[in-house]
Design a protein around this ligand. Structure first.
Ligand SMILES: *[C@@H]1O[C@H](CO)[C@@H](O)[C@H](O)[C@H]1NC(C)=O
Ligand SMILES: *[C@@H]1O[C@H](CO)[C@@H](O)[C@H](O)[C@H]1NC(C)=O
Ligand SMILES: *[C@@H]1O[C@H](CO)[C@@H](O)[C@H](O)[C@H]1NC(C)=O
Length: 403
């Protein structure tokens, strides 16, 4: 009896020690990587969602269009789903700063100024983003960049009520992004307003390795365009860095092209599914004042959005590739797993996800929810799940162990 009690106590002590050890490891990685960064603005606990002007409008932007977009985010119900950032990209400012060196909104297109626009966007319950560049000029060369004006510009942005800054890398002085970007980080910290900092140095210096100390997201690729080839290669390049994404700091394969017309419906579903499972920012890039039913159906899929916004914040990986057949998978909260079965080939194919590949213990019985059919499949699955998938299409599931 005594002996048994002793063994029990020993076991308990060991378990407690083990628990303490785990907690230490956990908090060490959290503070070392996530929280104790330069920026520490508390933003981006889940990937940012919203809209950006560039993919559809490039430089053809003005305050009326931005206001209408804010209106549309609300009237379409998109803002309720989480799409709350209204982000103005390049070309919003005059080429010449004012006599105090401040950036000024372009009079011909933003006559009311950015502060008034920000107030309007905020009055709708939304947030506003703006764009600058870690160089002398932005990529369009139609407005100044913030190089050597970081502290002044960050103050200006904060005084206007800006909530998000996309910071590009054009026309710089040839020095490394790792020396230019952290200056804006410090400037934003001193600006007196939490501003989501989106690093856009195109993946040149592997920002996934240093971005979490500097910003809330970092581009891992050059610009996307509205084609299957461009989209799928952005997803590939971004996947390499999966282990480095975490709440507060996300890999960014660039903004969405869904609704711009260059891909089929199935291809746009692949685009949205891969961005969601990769915990990429979901920044719409179409004209949301005027979407087709099909576009709306894709970007309002709440089940797919929930995968993107899952509190664990773990980016999926390609866990198996066989030619043009791929399985992407990653864990979700509640012991669930998100899976995309992807057919990149020109032909219809049968694709199988094996539990071995997606980190579900063998023999586990699993319930499968098809996120695009919005159906929980009647049959239960053990050890694998197989589906037939059209060319340039995918299936997306959430798998939930039930026994
Ligand atoms: C802005 O444009 C308006 C009309 O186009 C003009 O009257 C006004 O003087 C301009 N303001 C500045 C500061 O250039
Ligand atoms: C889009 O990107 C693809 C692949 O990155 C490239 O081959 C193509 O030329 C681009 N198309 C346009 C119109 O820029
Ligand atoms: C809406 O879409 C139609 C058809 O594609 C197009 O002709 C029209 O110009 C669009 N309107 C706006 C405001 O973009």
């Amino acid at each position: 009896m005594e002996r048994r009690k002793f063994v029990c106590e020993m076991l308990l002590t060991l378990m407690t020690l083990f628990h303490i050890l785990l907690t230490c490891v956990d908090s060490a990685s959290a503070s070392g990587l996530g929280r104790r960064n330069l920026l520490a603005n508390g933003l981006g606990r889940t990937p940012p969602m919203g809209w950006n002007s560039w993919n559809h409008f490039s430089c053809q932007i003005d305050e009326k269009m931005i206001r209408e977009t804010a209106d549309a985010l609300v009237s379409t119900g998109l803002s309720k789903l989480g799409y709350t950032y209204v982000n103005i990209d390049d070309c919003w400012a005059e080429l010449i700063r004012d006599d105090k060196g401040n950036l000024v909104a372009k009079n011909s297109t933003f006559p009311s100024g950015i502060k008034a626009l920000a107030d309007y966007v905020h009055s709708k319950g939304l947030k506003i983003g703006i764009y600058s560049d870690a160089g002398y000029f932005t990529c369009s060369k139609k407005m100044p960049g913030s190089l050597n004006h970081e502290f002044q510009d960050a103050k200006t942005f904060a005084s206007w009520g800006i909530d998000y800054l996309k910071y590009d890398n054009c026309n710089n002085d040839g020095s490394k992004p790792t020396s230019r970007y952290p200056i804006m980080t410090r400037a934003l910290m001193k600006a007196g307003r939490p501003i989501f900092f989106s690093l856009c140095e195109w993946g040149d210096m592997h920002p996934a390795l240093w971005g979490a100390k500097v910003g809330n997201s970092w581009r891992t690729t050059g610009d996307i365009n509205d084609s299957w080839e461009s989209m799928i290669t952005r997803a590939d390049m971004n996947e390499v860095y999966a282990d480095l994404a975490r709440p507060g700091g996300w890999n960014d394969p660039d903004m969405l092209e869904v609704g711009n017309g260059g891909m089929t419906k199935d291809e746009y579903i692949v685009h949205f599914s891969l961005w969601a499972i990769s915990k990429a920012p979901l920044l719409l890039g179409c004209d949301i004042r005027n979407m087709t039913k099909e576009t709306k159906e894709i970007i309002t899929n709440e089940e797919v959005i929930a995968v993107n916004q899952d509190p664990l914040g773990i980016q999926a990986k390609k866990v198996r590739m066989e030619g043009d057949i791929e399985i992407w998978a990653g864990p979700l909260s509640g012991y669930r797993v998100a899976v995309v079965l992807l057919n990149r080939s020109p032909f219809r194919n049968s694709i199988t996800a094996n539990w071995d590949d997606i980190d579900i213990p063998t023999k586990t019985v699993v319930e499968a929810r098809d996120l695009w059919e919005h159906k929980t499949l009647k049959r239960k699955f053990v050890d694998k799940l197989t589906a037939t998938i059209d060319s340039h299409a995918c299936k997306m599931y959430v798998l939930k162990p039930i026994a």
